[in-house]
Design a protein around this ligand. Structure first.
Ligand SMILES: [Zn+2]
Length: 328
């Protein structure tokens, strides 16, 4: 069994070299790349030694969210994405039996995002991309993103959804809630927007992975279904005036649970069991958030030690499902 971690982060080596040389790299400085964590400056060889210690055979590498420059000048954003993607491809080339890669793309521009997606997948051999839940405030169901979704479906690209700046940060800045709650809120909003915005109906073969366990999707899906039902009440338009309770879906939002992948980063056996029972075992993949403070510590042993999961379920999460999602 080959254990494949689909959710982890890395810094481009040219960035680390520049920091060592007291230079910036494309404008990125020692304030970027989470360098306060020494593991983010490790060489690939040190990383691989750690993977061996942890029992991880392969990592699907993605750069830190900092490198997504959606709110910057387009040419700069394109250049950063290209150089990050070249670097991820180079890491995979150096250790093809240990790494596979995901790219980043300038999502603020439809043409540029598709160009770089095609280059990443077709020319560099990356498996897809990581994008954020919103692009400068635009959610992923908006028509401006239809061409991107169409291209991702056509290319068979995996799209992992991961956030930095979360909606919670605008409400409360304390207690690290912008991360611990914010990521989960963002993922839940993304599920609701993509499903009810008809993205999965338009592009049914998309391979979207909602990181951080899919947020509150599993726990909150029944209320989305209830809202879908309530929209049929004849007074609902007045009741929800200004909120657009209109539901265009022909089936309830929960019908789409099995159309997404979810990583296992729940930190709780009960929660993971609930996720599996809600979305189906074949949709849960091994993702650790390595080497961030919010990683699952000793994740392979954690999964293997869970008493409420069968051996088949553990193998599905650790190996079979990630391989299937990534077509490897
Ligand atoms: Zn992460």
């Amino acid at each position: 069994m080959k254990v494949i971690d689909v959710h982890n982060h890395v810094n481009p080596r040219p960035f680390l070299q520049a920091i060592q040389d007291n230079r910036d790299w494309l404008g990125f400085t020692s304030n970027n790349g989470e360098l306060e964590n020494p593991r983010n400056s490790w060489t690939l060889e040190e990383r691989i030694a750690d993977m061996d210690r942890l029992g991880v055979d392969m990592q699907l590498l993605t750069v830190y969210g900092d490198y997504n420059q959606y709110n910057q000048d387009l040419e700069h954003s394109k250049s950063v994405a290209r150089q990050c993607n070249d670097e991820i491809a180079s890491m995979v080339d150096d250790y093809p039996d240990r790494f596979i890669g995901l790219g980043i793309i300038p999502m603020q521009d439809a043409t540029a995002s598709i160009e770089e997606l095609e280059r990443a997948v077709n020319d560099l051999g990356l498996r897809g991309v990581t994008i954020k839940d919103h692009i400068n405030g635009h959610t992923l169901d908006e028509p401006m993103f239809y061409p991107f979704w169409g291209a991702a479906e056509r290319l068979g690209a995996v799209v992992e959804i991961h956030q930095g700046d979360t909606v919670v940060a605008h409400r409360i800045t304390g207690y690290f809630l912008e991360n611990t709650v914010g990521n989960l809120v963002e993922r839940t909003l993304t599920y609701g927007a993509l499903v009810q915005g008809g993205i999965l109906d338009r592009f049914p073969k998309l391979k979207i992975c909602l990181l951080h366990g899919g947020g509150y999707v599993a726990f909150g899906i029944a209320r989305m279904d209830k809202g879908w039902e309530a929209a049929r009440l004849n007074y609902m338009t007045e009741y929800s005036a200004g909120e657009d309770a209109d539901q265009k879906l022909s089936k309830p939002p929960s019908s789409y649970l099995g159309s997404f992948y979810y990583d296992c980063a729940t930190f709780s056996e009960q929660t993971l069991r609930f996720l599996i029972d809600t979305v189906g075992i074949e949709r849960v993949v091994f993702g650790t958030d390595y080497p961030c403070p919010m990683e699952i510590v000793d994740a392979v042993n954690w999964v293997n030690g869970l008493e409420s999961l069968t051996e088949n379920e553990k193998e599905a999460i650790l190996s079979k499902n990630p391989a299937q999602m990534l077509s490897i």
